[in-house]
Design a protein around this ligand. Sequence first.
Ligand code: CP
Length: 304
Amino acid sequence: VDHLLGIKYLTKNDIDLIFETANHFKEVINRPIKKVPSLRDITIANLFFENSTRTKLSFELAEKRLSADVINFSAGQSSVKKGETLIDTVNNILSMKVDIVVMRHSNVGAGVFLSKHVDAKIINAGDGTHEHPTQALLDSYSIKEALGSVKGKKIVIVGDILHSRVALSNIFALQLQGAQVKVCGPTTLIPKYITSLGVEVETNIKKALEWCDVANVLRVQHERMDIKYFPSTREYTQLFGINKEILDNLGKKIVIMHPGPINRGVEITSDVADADQSIILNQVENGVAVRMAVIYLLAQQIKR
Ligand code: CP
């Protein structure tokens, strides 16, 4: 593939190659000298038109660990505020000899649009409610690390599926690798098309957790809701919140994941988020190695 725009454009072989490469980089970043000189001749621009903590810092660190030159752009402090278009913004940045653009944007398909209009490799760091491919890759990588494989595992994605790019990218990635996927949440926050993707819907959180090996818990994205959704935050927590009591009554230990940022006490209690069975910070750690792999593999296609 020429860009990383979404998991839907990848094959199982692509994911295997990314994970093999990430294994190597995970070793590298655990050495006293955490860098390799591989991309000394590559320049990368991180363009964030939407807020981010993990993804932005993880990409920047991955790029620096590969010895690339890095420039960072946040739309809020830029000439976008003066009305400059996306294509003008990116073409101006590319004229400074930039090879790869990492972009987060609130519009669905922003990465695909950009890839057709500018001459650079594009990595989608989240496009609206659509895809967040590197999050799904690091999630699958973390499941593989925790359980030995993704194939045959039962994964439930819990919460606000409707507004979640993490959910869609995870569904594509997990199914490519042979996992079974269910979603669980209020019907108002589950899109109607989800069953057409081969995903079952479970509206009872206890049943969903009894079924699964892994629960990937999502944040309720109030900022993407333009109408008042049922349930309220309090009702959501009562009906779908994951707490220690529910987990202790399962009779088995499941793996807990969350892409962050966490609404502690809403979709997950602090004691669960910080429990031994939670791999939330492992996900963040693995994000750097996985993003190094994605960037490294795309950079191999650039003529130098
Ligand atoms: N998981 C994730 O995308 O987090 P940020 O929004 O902080 O980047």
